[in-house]
Design a protein around this ligand. Structure first.
Ligand code: LLP
Length: 442
């Protein structure tokens, strides 16, 4: 059992409050739907994972770095907070890179990912002296070398290795098995081939090996297995070329609890365990331990945000096998949270603006889009008297919520409201109909 609610969420005076601000105040001031970011929650998760990695590293003589995977949620305020807590930033597009630069994250603290990097992305990254570019294919070696030569710099790179480890919640978010687009295969020798080619390219410096095995992973074994696989490859490279690569990156993917039934891992403890594992493997082989880096996204920002919706239509529907389900429509839906539809993700929800004595009944939270699949929370027990005007809160929407949001049905995307950092304020403004129409140039 892990509470899905952000750390400063309380039940006070008959309603839900986040960082001491009642949801009714937030809804009145910023409207609904809104993503509400509990700043203390985010910052403490960032701090805890950096501290755990650092402490374990000190204990075992291993240097560590933690990158915030900004694809989970990218905004300048969040990147500034993460960087202030000691994180670096992982970006995977021109927009994510531009956001990190706008947040004044130093280039050296930025890592560039992507299976199809554009010349523009590579050039901007090199211009700002990014700490590393993670090579994802053989042709990319030449491309990055060419752009580095044009810029007159030597590009620091890592090789993304497909270790064959199967982990992760859903097929679409598992990434280290063979039949998918990311990385260079360990099994076919493509990873070793890439390493060899990079070592012979003067415009590139090889920092190390990278593996990201998937997302929403609860158990440590997949990470341990991939760490061992990377370590073995590093030993083989050293034996073949005499070069002992200084760093391994074990990626992100640590799971979070979306409902109280999920038994999510303690991420700082898991990171410390992985540092200790690599130290042990190094001791067994007698080789110097590599520096280690990690790239969590979801586990840092996911639990820090809660979506606030306003309830509209409420409709009881008779079920085929008997019984009833209450369909509770909210003023957003699959445009602000596609994860339920896309990955069969499970969420929970509560009536947040008042207490209710009515019995809890089987309910489904649905959006306002023109699709029957437009489901936010598939099954949840809600008070039978839930009605138009009530506020509904859905926790753990910070990761891949706003970042996967769309304008389906021409709905403006919700804003992100930060609480717990002075006055509540929008750090990402709610879109307006005018914003949408401004793009329509006829
Ligand atoms: N590093 C790399 C190279 C990645 O591709 C990802 C996520 C991460 C780190 C961060 O993983 P995290 O710690 O956030 O699990 N949209 C999906 C998740 C896609 C993950 C993409 N890559 C979802 O909503 O579940």
């Amino acid at each position: 059992m892990t509470s899905p609610w952000s750390r400063s969420t309380t039940w006070t005076d008959g309603e839900l409050s986040i960082a001491g601000v009642p949801v009714s105040t937030l809804a009145a001031r910023f409207g609904t739907p809104s993503y509400v970011l509990d700043v203390d929650d985010l910052r403490s998760r960032c701090r805890d994972v950096v501290t755990a990695a650092h402490r374990a590293g000190e204990q075992h003589g291993i240097e560590t770095a933690v990158y915030y995977a900004s694809k989970a949620f990218s905004s300048t305020a969040v990147l500034r907070w993460a960087h202030a807590e000691g994180l670096r930033v992982d970006v995977a597009s021109l927009g994510e890179l531009a956001t990190a630069l706008r947040a004044e994250v130093p280039g050296a603290a930025i890592g560039l990912h992507g299976n199809n990097k554009s010349e523009e992305e590579i050039d901007l990254a090199l211009q700002h002296g990014v700490g590393r570019i993670v090579i994802d294919s053989i042709p990319e070696i030449e491309l990055v070398a060419e752009r580095a030569a044009a810029a007159g710099v030597v590009a620091p790179v890592m090789v993304r290795v497909t270790t064959g480890v199967h982990a992760g919640g859903h097929e679409y978010i598992a990434t280290a098995h063979e039949d998918q687009k990311f990385g260079l295969s360990l099994a076919t020798g493509a990873a070793a081939e890439a390493v060899e080619a990079i070592l012979q390219t003067p415009q590139l410096t090889l920092l190390g090996l990278h593996s990201h095995i998937g997302s929403q992973i609860f158990a440590a074994d997949g990470f341990v297995e991939s760490a061992r696989a990377l370590f073995r490859l590093r030993s083989e490279i050293a034996a073949a070329s005499g070069v002992l690569l200084p760093e391994l990156d074990l990626g992100g993917g640590f799971g979070v609890a979306y409902t109280p039934d999920d038994d999510a891992p303690d991420v700082p403890a898991l990171v410390a365990e992985l540092v200790a594992t690599v130290a042990r493997v190094a001791a067994e082989t007698g080789e110097p331990a590599p520096a280690l880096s990690f790239e969590p996204g979801r586990s840092l920002v996911g639990p820090a945000m809660t979506t606030l919706y306003r309830v509209g239509t409420v409709k009881p529907v008779r079920l085929e096998g008997g019984g009833e389900r209450l369909y509770v429509s909210v003023d957003g839906g699959m445009s602000d949270n596609i994860r339920t539809v896309l990955y069969d993700a499970t969420y929970t929800a509560v009536l947040a603006s008042r207490t209710a004595d009515a019995e809890a009944v089987l309910s489904r939270v649905v959006g306002k889009h023109c699709e029957s699949g437009d489901i936010v929370v598939r099954d949840v027990m809600l008070p039978a008297d839930i009605r138009r005007g009530d506020l509904l809160a859905v926790p753990v929407t910070g990761a891949y919520g706003r970042s996967l949001a769309s304008n389906y049905n021409q709905l403006p995307r919700p804003g992100v409201v930060a609480v717990g950092d002075g006055e509540p304020r929008e750090i990402v403004r709610r879109e307006t109909i005018d914003d949408l129409l401004a793009l329509d140039v006829g």
